[in-house]
Design a protein around this ligand. Sequence first.
Ligand code: ZN
Length: 248
Amino acid sequence: MKISFLDNGSIVIDHAQLMWNIGGGTPVRIPSYGLLIEHDDGLFVFDTGFDLEHTNAVLPFELPEQTPEQTIPAQLRVCGFEPGDVTTLVNSHLHFDHVGGNKHLPDAPVVVHERELEQARNFQPFERFGYSDRSWDYEGATFRTISGDTELARGLWLFETAGHTIGHYSLLVTPDSGRPMVFAFDVVYTAEALEKGVQPGFHYDPVAGVASIERVKQVAAENEAEIFFSHDMDAWNGYKHAPDFYEG
Ligand SMILES: [Zn+2]
């Protein structure tokens, strides 16, 4: 399989959001990206970044930056695909910076945790910014809800990591050859946060969030996997970006 990182631009958050209660008052620019996995069973996309127009309208204080080349359709084309080629879309969770491009992939059923879908449609008031982009819930969108740890396809294992949101999933990729990869998504945002065991400032259930940090570490250790971070600019700058890819 081939794993490509789809660049979706960047936003700015407070450091106390990056790491709960730590370093408030310091703005930090963080990356946003999706994954494209070319697999024998089809073409999978995991998360679709933020929508520039939505973010400018609803969260302008996050100072979004996204060029026309940093949208999901443009990034797919960089990899030699059209949006219609995608066979399965998976959302780790339904926050605005992970669903912005969903609407550009109308042919792909959306795999998401059943509790996440429920919550995103009926969220708590404090979650309103997170779930502010409703464009993924367009008429005709197909959802394949799941719960529990789930093997999506050979070597693609979604494991439950609630806390940041109620139905959050992380992903273990076990390629045929090469080192396994763990995508924590938003259990922690950065390598430093994982090391220190500090979850993001935004969370639905901080107790579950602590357990999920331990779970990510444990799954990575058991599989001797490398952990990839969702919103760590230094780490992101060290990753291969599409059209470059990881292969295994
Ligand atoms: Zn996020």
